[in-house]
Design a protein around this ligand. Structure first.
Ligand code: UDP
Ligand code: MG
Length: 160
């Protein structure tokens, strides 16, 4: 069952969010997950893993021509990452706001990057930039049936 199929059947948006190797090494996993959890989004999948060069290159395929592409892929391969899927209406745009600008020096205080890091090349977290990429990246990182079906009992306290 593909991520695209899953997203269609529940008719809700998903974002692929990933704590990058620097975030893991710096002990920021709980801090980063907590921000999405407290916001109220629903955690659909979670896995700590070391990725392959193939997956890292496919994940960032739109940046293949950029001069920083090789360093970027090496960075993602430099240690384990924590891969997540978050679900909810508007989660893709909201996650991007929670994460903050790509260059942490331009990221607003209160965002993950604004609060926790200083360089674009060590910006601790990834979030999908569109609903289509949310599905594409989820399918890439969570092959098979890694998403969990569960009902979030606080839902009536989050949405009317
Ligand atoms: N990146 C980099 N140098 C740059 C631009 C981007 O090292 O000049 C890295 C950085 O880790 C960034 C990732 O490439 O998070 C993906 O770039 P994108 O523009 O998609 O930023 P994001 O969507 O992560 O904010
Ligand atoms: Mg991006």
């Amino acid at each position: 069952r593909s991520a695209a199929h899953f997203a269609r059947t529940v008719r809700s948006e998903i974002s692929y969010v990933m704590v990058k190797p620097d975030g893991v090494q710096r002990g920021l996993v709980g801090e980063i997950i907590g921000r999405f959890e407290r916001k109220g989004f629903k955690l659909k999948a979670l896995q700590m893993r070391k990725c392959t060069r193939e997956i890292a290159e496919e994940h960032y395929k739109d940046l293949k021509q950029k001069p920083f592409f090789k360093d970027l892929v090496d960075y993602i391969l430099s240690g384990p990452v924590v891969a997540m899927v978050w679900e909810g209406d508007g989660v893709v745009a909201s996650a991007r706001k929670i994460i903050g600008a790509t260059n942490p020096l331009n990221a607003e205080p209160g965002t993950i990057r604004g609060d926790l890091c200083i360089q674009t090349g060590r910006n601790v977290v990834h979030g999908s930039d569109s609903p289509d990429n949310g599905e594409r990246e989820t399918g890439l990182w969570f092959q098979g049936d890694a998403s969990v079906e569960w009902s979030q009992t606080i839902q009536p306290w989050l949405t009317e």
